[in-house]
Design a protein around this ligand. Structure first.
Ligand code: SF4
Ligand code: SF4
Length: 205
């Protein structure tokens, strides 16, 4: 085949291709107004008979799973202000202040004890990334996930919540799941059910 013939053949292909494009079915806009209207009404009728998944929030509250991460709640009585959560928080959004309190001995000659009292416990939810590390590392079960999520604010400064509000959210923390009946008894339960130890007397030989 000569170069001229090849160009000629190529020209025919281009012409044929253009012809095929011309034969393609018309787009929706080119169908005409009546056909487009009927097609739209058919889609509407089909959708109307389908089950809707839209929830009418806030009139209809969502049914959230119990392990939802909405907000972090604080059980202040359990907190010893050990600062573990604040040290592990990757965002540094936990603020804890405390002071030491002396508890006098209950027995004569006994030693007084000291304990930390929480003065301030706050979480800045504008920084928090809801990773849950603080809850995981707390050795005293003082922090919990609550599914409560309705605390949006128009002012970012209002997302800094103090211990009073964090304590309020404890009411929304779901109860823990039931224990597995086949699980072995917890060591704490076994230790608590042991008879009390009797003090040994000094025996002289
Ligand atoms: S969830 Fe994560 S980011 Fe938020 S306070 Fe706890 S440790 Fe910090
Ligand atoms: S919440 Fe837990 S980890 Fe954080 S200071 Fe209190 S006891 Fe320590």
């Amino acid at each position: 085949m000569t170069e001229q013939n090849a160009n000629h053949d190529h020209g025919e292909h281009v012409h044929e291709h253009a012809h095929h494009v011309h034969d393609l079915p018309a787009s929706g806009r080119e169908k005409g107004p009546i056909r487009g209207l009927l097609s739209g009404m058919a889609t509407t009728a089909r959708t109307m008979t389908k089950k809707t998944s839209t929830r009418q929030y806030p009139d209809e509250k969502p049914d959230l799973p119990p392990r939802s991460r909405g907000v972090i709640a604080l059980l202040e009585e359990n907190c010893t202000a050990c600062m573990l959560c604040a040290r592990e928080c990757p965002d540094w959004c936990l603020y804890i202040d405390s002071h030491k309190e002396t508890i006098p001995s209950e027995t004569p000659g006994g030693r007084d004890r000291q304990r930390n009292v929480v003065d301030r416990f706050a979480i800045d939810f504008s920084l928090c990334m809801y990773c849950g590390i603080c809850i995981e590392v707390c050795p005293f079960d003082a922090l919990f996930w609550s599914p409560e999520f309705e605390y949006a604010s128009g002012d970012i400064r209002d997302l800094l919540h103090e211990k009073e509000q964090l304590g309020e959210w404890m009411r929304t923390v779901p109860a823990p799941p039931d224990l597995d009946e086949r699980a072995p008894e917890a060591p704490e339960v076994a230790a608590a059910s042991k008879p009390p130890r009797v003090a040994r007397r000094n025996v002289t030989k």
